[in-house]
Design a protein around this ligand. Structure first.
Ligand SMILES: Cc1ncc(COP(=O)(O)O)c(C=O)c1O
Length: 288
């Protein structure tokens, strides 16, 4: 259970913007939830057994989660990351003893490398978790994140989160809409030409997973919003000034939460899911 903390939006003092601090998870991000569900799912199915190496591709936070849980649970881990990986995350992965490979500019490049190269050459060595297609990713958020939000803020009117793999918002949206369809689900994407961790820029070629397709196809998203890197950076600084030590993704989702609350004249509870902690992003934050 991660805490939700009230943010004071100076441009809209009537809005009640809550920030759910996913950086409080053990390895510092929301991806811990999907990682543990993907690992436990593989154990349950009998594919992950002693001696096998956990394998997946990630833009960074999932790689940290797998390195951490692999070390704790006694499995070797190989992670394939893209050029977007921050220095801080690379050091974390190294500290927890995982093997790190750098392939391509998108997580899907690494995903294909896992499937077509590593799995093809050594199928008996690896268990490829495949977070971009593995429904345990979304299940984690259906069973934990969505449930926590409803328990913490039963009167929440709007839930805002970014789309990376889409696992978080798929699970959260399905859980919430099944219980109270009037709650608005708002997803955040990066504007074209913008790189924000955990926030896909789909116009620029970021991969659209089955979880994102389902969100769009089944009408689970009330508003699709875009944020620029400048807007995300400004809000991240405002968050920091109020004591929130989060990554740039948090600035993006809080910017959109304030925008929606203002546009829709909402005075009740609005929740933004902040995906990770600041220390994972110091090489980006320090330049702000
Ligand atoms: C900081 C951060 N926030 C949010 C997300 C989005 O999570 P999901 O992959 O479940 O869409 C990610 C995913 O990489 C992330 O790293």
């Amino acid at each position: 259970m991660t805490p939700s903390v009230l943010f004071h939006a100076k441009e809209n003092p009537r809005a009640r913007i809550w920030v759910k601090l996913e950086g409080q998870n053990p390895s510092g991000s929301v991806k811990d939830r999907a990682a543990i569900y993907n690992i436990k799912g593989a154990i349950k199915r009998g594919t992950l057994v002693d001696g096998k190496t956990i394998l997946d591709a990630s833009s960074g936070n999932m790689a940290c989660s797998l390195a951490y849980f692999g070390a704790v649970m006694g499995y070797p881990v190989t992670v394939v990351c893209s050029s977007k990986l921050t220095e801080d995350k690379a050091r974390f992965i190294q500290y927890f003893g995982a093997k790190l490979l750098k392939i391509g500019d998108y997580t899907i490049d690494g995903n294909r490398y896992c499937r077509n190269t590593l799995m093809a050459s050594e199928p008996e060595r690896y268990v490829f978790l495949d977070q971009l297609h593995n429904w345990d990713n979304s299940l984690a958020h259906y069973e934990t994140t969505g449930r926590e939000i409803m328990a913490d803020l039963p009167d929440v009117q709007v839930v805002v989160g970014s789309l990376g793999s889409g696992g978080t918002m798929n699970g959260v949206a399905r859980f919430i809409k099944e219980r109270k369809s009037s709650i608005k689900i708002v997803t955040v994407e990066a504007a074209a030409g913008t790189k924000i961790p955990g926030t896909g820029a789909f116009a620029d070629g970021d991969f659209i997973t089955p979880f994102i397709e389902q969100l769009w196809r089944d009408g689970l998203v009330d508003h699709r919003c875009e944020v620029t890197i400048e807007q995300a950076q400004i809000k991240t600084k405002e968050l920091a000034a109020q004591g929130f030590f989060c990554g740039i993704q948090a600035g993006g989702v809080v910017e959109i939460a304030v925008r929606i609350a203002t546009e829709q004249n909402i005075t009740g509870d609005v929740l933004a899911i902040a995906g990770d902690t600041g220390w994972k992003n110091m090489d980006k934050l320090i330049t702000l």
